[in-house]
Design a protein around this ligand. Structure first.
Ligand code: MG
Length: 242
């Protein structure tokens, strides 16, 4: 009996020793060391960003047929040229951090979905809605910052038409196995004018105007901007690959 008790005491003390590490160094991780990235000033691209649009030209974009993009540039600002169609980046992307600034027209042309409508499609498939949602009621999962027809924004962070708005988007691409079956959904976080409006939402599949999202396998793909016939402008677009 005495032996059993002493064995029990030894076991207990060993457990306590394992559980109660006293040296803080035991839980420090030194390798690898995160690399240094120099932040940009006032939303400018940080040192490791891929600049998509800096106001000079549309070289990073094509139309959907691969021809040079024909949206207009004036004073460092790019604006949808209605009727010329969507544009997309030449470069294909997977997981990214995306910064973009956009502006809906100051002159109010219409209401609802007809007012300052554009959109940013991650991997050409998953739309974060761009819309003038300042005192402009429409369906909630179609207003500015909605993951279109999937998630309404948590709040309406829109500013008045004619003022610049900022989207910072964190996108994790979906994963598919070799049989083309989705093994992990895409996830989207959106910060609109400094306010979290989408908090790591699980994307259900492609953005569809009518019907249910689809989940066909794909790899890296361009970022697409929508021509929805409204004079929406863009500036300062950059990406960090994650
Ligand atoms: Mg749209």
């Amino acid at each position: 009996m005495k032996n059993i008790i002493s064995l029990f005491v030894v076991l207990l003390m060993t457990q306590l020793l394992i559980a109660q590490t006293t040296d803080p160094k035991d839980t420090e991780v030194w390798e690898p060391e995160p690399r240094i990235v120099t932040p940009g000033k006032m939303n400018a691209a940080p040192s490791d960003a891929i600049v998509i649009f800096d106001g000079n030209n549309l070289d990073a974009f094509t139309d959907l047929s691969g021809n040079p993009a024909s949206w207009t540039i004036e004073d460092g600002v790019m604006t949808v040229k209605p009727g010329t169609g969507d544009i997309q980046t030449r470069q294909y992307f997977g997981d990214i951090q995306l910064h973009m600034e956009w502006r809906s027209p100051k002159v109010i042309e219409s209401e609802g979905q007809g007012r300052g409508n554009s959109g940013v499609f991650l991997q050409s498939r998953y739309e974060v809605q761009i819309l003038d949602s300042y005192k402009n009621r429409t369906y909630s999962n179609g207003q500015a910052g909605a993951v279109y027809k999937q998630y309404m924004p948590l709040v309406n962070a829109s500013v008045a038409p004619g003022a610049w708005e900022v989207y910072d988007i964190i996108f994790r691409a979906p994963r598919f196995n070799k049989d083309g079956i989705k093994t992990s959904s895409a996830y989207i976080t959106v910060i609109h004018n400094g306010i979290v409006i989408q908090n790591h939402v699980e994307v259900l599949g492609t953005t569809e105007y009518i019907g249910m999202p689809k989940n066909k396998a794909h790899g890296k793909a361009p970022i697409k901007l929508q021509d929805h016939s409204n004079l929406v402008s863009y500036r300062n677009i950059w990406v960090r690959e994650l």
